[in-house]
Write a protein that binds this ligand. Structure first.
Ligand SMILES: NC(=O)C1=CN([C@@H]2O[C@H](COP(=O)(O)OP(=O)(O)OC[C@H]3O[C@@H](n4cnc5c(N)ncnc54)[C@H](OP(=O)(O)O)[C@@H]3O)[C@@H](O)[C@H]2O)[C@@H](O)CC1
Ligand SMILES: Nc1ncnc2c1ncn2[C@@H]1O[C@H](COP(=O)(O)OP(=O)(O)O)[C@@H](O)[C@H]1O
Ligand SMILES: [K+]
Length: 530
């Protein structure tokens, strides 16, 4: 599991070492890890190390200190170091080390300085650089980059996009909030990030995820002092442990029956996709409740689904999937309401997707997993916050995804899976998972229905088997968020297979939602096979 903490949590873990006067030792370890990551980044670009020009861009704090020390260390490996200082002061020992290593130093002009010689010199250094280490701001930064660093970051991004320079962020791309991944204003975008002591929540959410590039966690000795993580990301071994794999004695009911209330004569597609996806994910049985005209279509694609016009109270299921493609005309929304009320009352887990979110019970529960995209979450929050008059727009959710997912979990009392390039899952108990297993090719109509089907299958499979989650320390209500994260990861991986980009390199090509269904079983097999 990749675990991440807030800046304050990391600082608190560092504090005993600082109190013991061992802050320098922590910084040396950070700088060594940063220098090693710099060499690996150059190697990955097939750039020779010897004579490579490395520029440390350093702000006033310890983050700049790390970058200056790392550049000095790299001089010993044959690189040519220099530094651009973005603030009036810089970490003294780091700066001294860089000078001893033969590095040139230029300082950007600030508001108080009329001379722009430093700016021109800085741009010349960047133009000649092979590698830039971004040490402008770390966990001590707040509010995005200010000038003159903001202008330099924009110029650096032009060079990075042209491919002339590789950018390595020290701890967190400067201007990105380490706790939230939000960037209020200008920020650095990196090809890679070396972070110290533990990943930060900001690496795994929002702008921070994209701006961090490839993440390396450098241990500095404080790791045992870290508390429960703020955000978690499941890795293949975790998926393997959490996937509902049948025991030797399994039968279809022990593996879980999923009751699906989806689709309508007007929108049958959602019913076809969700039921087929749940079957592909290996649920014990799919019971579809809805109009017979839709049931007939479902059986043409998924003959194993049991379709009827029964009501939720007539059947016994281990999980519900309620909402996609439903409308009021044919009684489907009444079925959704009844299923959700029963789920809250009897503890049966439920996926609540699309239209289902409009008939959510007032008092939710962690075992109800809502699956909004940013627009749906904005609507849900605006509805729930109507009394206060607060309006939430899609753009607000996109700019602050972690904040809004958490807010929705708190307000609804449900587990909230916020779909996007990175899918965030927030539980009402405060647990958060972030999964980035997907491909942009998944942003196609029907792809969310496939996720709902996979999630329904996972919920049905784990409903009566809490032990695997408990073994990973994800028991109690957190297990519903963990199950949602498992489904998001498998959906993303199936998407990559369907796009012919299994490693998620950004290659591949278009896919169809049905191709994601067909790739679901292979994605599960790949995870189970390790
Ligand atoms: N603790 C340790 O021993 C270890 C720490 N480590 C490293 O230290 C980093 C944290 O260092 P830090 O606390 O010094 O904060 P950091 O982010 O470098 O600078 C903050 C300064 O920047 C300024 N500033 C703030 N916002 C700004 C803005 N928007 N735009 C412009 N300027 C802004 C503000 O100064 P001000 O402007 O208020 O004078 C503030 O003082 C951490 O990420 C890790 O890399 C590792 O070496 C391991 C050991
Ligand atoms: N840029 C992206 N990169 C990766 N995955 C994405 C991206 N955009 C959307 N997705 C994923 O595709 C799915 C789209 O779901 P949704 O918006 O509900 O589509 P629909 O309602 O048409 O089925 C979600 O699982 C989401 O996480
Ligand atoms: K930084």
């Amino acid at each position: 599991m990749l675990e991440a903490w807030t800046g304050a949590q990391i600082r608190a873990a560092e504090q005993p070492w600082l109190d013991a006067g061992e802050g320098d030792a922590l910084m040396r370890r950070a700088a060594h890890g940063l220098a090693g990551t710099a060499l690996a980044l150059l190697d990955s670009r097939n750039r020779p190390r010897y004579g490579a020009r490395v520029v440390a861009v350093a702000g006033s704090g310890n983050n700049g200190g790390d970058a200056l020390w790392a550049a000095a260390l790299l001089a010993r490996r044959g690189l040519k170091p220099s530094a651009i200082l973005t603030a009036g002061r810089a970490h003294e020992a780091g700066l001294a080390a860089l000078r001893v290593a033969g590095g040139t130093v230029v300082r950007l002009a600030d508001e108080d300085s009329s001379s722009t010689d430093g700016d021109a010199a800085a741009r010349r250094l960047l133009a000649d650089a092979d590698l830039v280490i971004d040490g402008i701001l770390g966990t001590g930064g707040s509010g995005g980059l200010r000038e003159p660093a903001a202008g330099l970051a924009a110029h650096l991004e032009d060079l990075r996009r042209d491919g002339t320079v590789a950018v390595l962020a020290c701890d967190i791309p400067s201007g990105v909030d380490a706790d939230t991944g939000e960037a209020e204003a200008a920020h650095v975008t990196a090809d890679a990030t070396a972070t110290f002591g533990g990943a930060k929540s900001g690496h795994l959410a929002g702008v921070g995820e994209t701006a961090s590039g490839a993440l390396t966690v450098v241990p500095i000795g404080i790791e045992d002092a870290l508390p429960e993580p703020d955000v978690r990301r499941l890795q293949p071994a975790d998926l393997r442990a959490l996937w509902p794999t049948p025991a030797r004695s399994a039968q279809k009911y022990s593996r879980g029956v999923l009751g699906v209330i989806a689709g309508s004569p007007q929108y049958p597609g959602a019913a076809l996709l969700t039921t087929a996806a749940a079957a592909a994910a290996g649920v014990g049985m799919v019971r579809y409740l809805g109009p017979s005209s839709v049931g007939t279509l479902i059986n043409a694609r998924t003959p194993d689904a049991v379709c009827s016009e029964q009501q939720p109270g007539d059947v016994h299921v281990q999980a519900w999937l309620a909402g996609p493609g439903t409308n009021d005309d044919d009684g489907q929304l009444d079925r959704v309401r009844a299923a959700l009320a029963a789920a809250v009352a009897d503890g049966t887990p439920a996926v609540v997707d699309a239209g289902g979110m409009s008939v959510l019970p007032d008092a939710g529960a962690a075992h109800l997993v809502l699956t909004p995209h940013a627009g749906e979450l904005a609507r849900l929050l605006t509805d729930r916050l109507a009394a206060s008059g607060e309006q939430v727009e899609r753009a607000d959710v996109e700019a602050r995804p972690l904040h809004h997912a958490r807010l929705a979990a708190r307000i609804t009392g449900c587990t909230v899976l916020l779909k996007g390039a990175t899918t965030l899952v927030a539980g009402p108990d405060g647990a958060v998972f972030s999964q980035a297993d997907a491909t942009p090719w998944l942003s196609t109509a029907g792809s969310g229905d496939v996720l709902a089907g996979i999630l329904g299958a996972v919920l049905a499979g784990v409903a009566e088997h809490p032990e695997p989650a408990e073994r990973l320390g994800l028991g109690g209500d957190t297990r519903w968020a963990a199950a949602a994260a498992v489904a998001a990861a498998i959906h993303g991986r199936a998407g990559r297979l369907a796009a012919h980009d299994p490693a998620g390199t950004g290659a591949g090509g278009p896919l169809h939602a049905t191709a994601v269904i067909d790739a679901t079983a292979p994605a599960v097999r790949a995870v189970l096979a390790g």
